[in-house]
Write a protein of this length. Structure first.
Length: 286
């Protein structure tokens, strides 16, 4: 994979992807393997944004059941299974434990009902997977089992624990780079440290995007990249590229924070609810 900016000019690509995180790289790979001519630009290094700073978990949509978003939950199960099937070396099963206390809305009964719905939504979750990557269904355990198996949970008022399984990516960067290499092998032209500063207007008006004008953050020069379709995969910076067009995605952004500590948390992920009502998770990594 060679950074050659000359390959980006003088032609009109079928697809131009702006943003070299894991989403942008998978879009580039998918389009390139279908035989389309593809270019991708990333203003920093590949996978240096949210693709690096995240919880490193691949979840199966259990969180969406809180809002009864069954479609999104089912989609998450399918995507989790697909990743485990196509890249089993990049993920491994991890148990999660969330403490339960006496509560009408967050107690044992509600969690048991939630896991029952999850088993129906997640039917076929292990289809086609090797035994090492098959995930058990979620279940509720009593206080004694919770204390013995998960000593890190707060014991005061504890009535049990909700235990479920998802995947963790110990080395997320390897998966991101694998998508970049696969896209390049299928003919995609990738360039990092190349920032898209403004969209190019097409012949059908200012709101018809025909590519982008990009700035080389290493050399300082600018170039224009023409494309029939431009994909904005810049994550939380999505509106920055839309602003010159007078547009906004209207997508609300959620701010999350991940802290890396030296605390030994064992082999399970432990959850807890903060005073604001949000769940916090302590996830083992390395």
């Amino acid at each position: 994979m060679i950074r050659d900016l000359d390959l980006l000019t003088g032609t009109t690509f079928d697809v131009l992807v702006v943003g070299g995180g894991v989403y942008g790289l998978t879009v580039a790979y998918d389009a390139a393997q279908r035989g389309l001519s593809v270019a991708l630009v990333e203003r920093d290094d590949f996978g240096s944004g949210a693709s690096f700073n995240h919880l490193r978990t691949i979840h199966g949509g259990l969180r969406y059941l809180q809002k009864l978003d069954l479609g999104r939950a089912r989609e998450s199960v399918r995507e989790r299974r697909t990743l485990a099937r196509t890249a089993p070396h990049s993920v491994r099963p991890l148990p999660f434990a969330v403490p339960l206390y006496r509560s009408l809305v967050r107690g044992k009964t509600v969690m048991c009902a939630g896991f029952l719905i999850d088993r129906l939504i997640a039917a076929g979750r292990n289809r086609g997977l090797p035994a090492s990557h098959r995930l058990p269904g979620g279940r509720v355990v009593g206080r004694g089992t919770a204390v013995q198996r998960f000593p890190g949970l707060k014991r005061q008022g504890l009535t049990g624990a909700a235990v479920f399984y998802d995947y963790i990516m110990p080395e997320a960067d390897r998966l991101t780079l694998a998508y970049a290499l696969a896209a390049a092998e299928h003919g995609a032209v990738l360039a990092n440290h190349l920032e898209a500063v403004a969209p190019l207007s097409g012949s059908q008006g200012a709101r018809r995007v025909a590519g982008v004008r990009a700035r080389d953050t290493l050399g300082g020069g600018e170039l224009e990249i023409a494309a029939r379709i431009t994909v904005n995969a810049t994550g939380c910076a999505i509106d920055r590229l839309l602003e010159p067009l007078g547009l906004s995605s209207g997508i609300p952004m959620m701010q999350a924070m991940n802290l890396v500590t030296r605390r030994d948390v064992g082999e399970e992920a432990l959850g807890g609810r903060s005073t604001s009502g949000r769940h916090l998770f302590l996830v083992p990594w390395r």
